[in-house]
Design a protein around this ligand. Structure first.
Ligand code: BTN
Length: 255
């Protein structure tokens, strides 16, 4: 209830004790005609999903596992990657304000603190006639997990807001901050397009200016990460001086 008072975007909120994945819950609501801004939050997910078919570890009580329904107005499907970057900027800002940690964005939308991941974002768009019919923005934030709560195989790559800030973070406050940021940036995006969002993304990026290897569907690409292009794709300067535009893939530092 405290949550409902704060939230602007979540006009309809469903809080679940346990579900397979909040992505599936929101998809179902979307198909049944739920309005833009509908939010599903779960205490625990038994089948949390990550990008590229990976599982997303979602233990009870200590994280924010949630999905938000967005219904952009006649937005081309090709703009879906921009929505993904917008969500990353919003969550990054909310996390920095609420927990006081120095989070940065790894292209396209992983949030890192000290090189370790604290948040994963999965935006799934459903299209019709080349337009976005709706998008489901899935956000997983490792909030109050302690070191012992992180599985051994993730110890080197994952961390939490609690571990990084040394304090307990109020999840309702964090969710309210995330929704307020998304709502604000979404409005900016509607009025001014992607350019201002892209600039905010660049300012929070931990990818630009670094040498990276991107695992793409067409193979590995190595180079210096230079910029975002106007569509939100990553511009890399290859070793032979050629510029490469990367639309999707997994960034690793170095190479
Ligand atoms: C990633 O980094 O691979 C993306 C992880 C996205 C996890 C969130 S948790 C809430 C929502 N429900 C899911 O099943 N996945 C997303």
């Amino acid at each position: 209830r405290a949550l409902q008072d704060r939230v602007l975007f979540g006009r309809q909120i469903r809080l679940l004790e346990k579900t397979v994945s909040t992505q599936a819950e929101v998809r179902e609501l979307a198909e049944a005609g739920a309005p833009s801004g509908t939010l599903v939050v779960a205490e625990e997910q038994t089948g949390g999903r990550g990008r590229q078919g990976r599982a997303w570890y979602s233990p009870p009580g200590k994280g924010v596992w949630m999905s938000l329904l967005l219904r952009p107005d006649r937005q081309p499907l090709s703009f879906a990657p921009q929505l993904t970057l917008l969500i990353a900027v919003a969550v990054c800002r909310a996390v920095r304000h609420t927990a006081g940690v120095d989070a940065g964005i790894k292209w396209p939308n992983d949030l890192l603190v000290g090189g370790r991941k604290i948040c994963g974002i999965l935006v799934e768009s459903v299209g019709e006639d080349e337009l976005i019919r709706y998008a489901v923005a899935g956000i997983g934030i490792d909030v109050n997990l302690e070191a012992k709560d992180i599985p051994p195989q993730l110890q080197d790559v994952a961390t939490s807001l609690h571990i990084e800030s040394g304090r307990r973070i109020d999840r309702a406050e964090l969710i309210g901050a995330v929704l307020a940021e998304i709502e604000q940036l979404y409005e900016l995006y509607r009025q001014e397009g992607f350019a201002p969002i892209g600039h905010l993304w660049e300012a929070l990026s931990v990818t630009l200016g670094r040498r990276v290897t991107v695992k793409t569907p067409a193979g590995d690409v190595t180079g210096l990460a230079k910029a975002l292009d106007p569509s939100g794709a990553l511009v890399l300067a290859g070793d032979n001086g050629n510029m490469r535009i990367i639309f999707s893939g997994e960034v690793q530092f170095g190479g």
